[in-house]
Design a protein around this ligand. Structure first.
Ligand code: FES
Length: 108
């Protein structure tokens, strides 16, 4: 079975502050979106899988998103957590084209 996905124009690259997160709602899904120093963009679920911390209020170190509550780190590409006891967060494909950021999320 193939999951249905939707590709959405999210914002411009200039709308994202380097190294900090910004919250978005896409199709009822809360997302945390980060821009790295090289212009790469990462999008993960907005709520930390540990205790629900707002990941958009965290920061980006390299490709790692740091939760503002307990500083667990999540890989911006895979969503994997650096703590074995915590499940990964959802991570979503992002493209940047002509300064526009597009995200692909499962349709809910
Ligand atoms: S709520 Fe995110 S690390 Fe605890």
């Amino acid at each position: 079975m193939t999951a249905t996905v939707t590709r959405v124009a999210l914002c411009t690259l200039d709308d994202l502050p380097t190294g900090l997160g910004r919250a978005f709602e896409v199709g009822g899904r809360s997302l945390a979106v980060f821009r790295g120093r090289e212009g790469e963009v990462f999008a993960v679920d907005g709520k930390c899988p540990h205790k629900g911390g707002p990941l958009a209020d965290g920061m980006l170190i390299g490709t790692q998103i740091v939760c503002p509550l307990h500083a667990f780190r999540f890989d911006g590409r895979s969503g994997a957590c650096d703590q074995e006891s915590v499940c990964p967060t959802g991570a979503y494909p992002v493209e940047v084209s002509n300064g526009q950021v597009f995200i692909t999320v499962p349709q809910s």
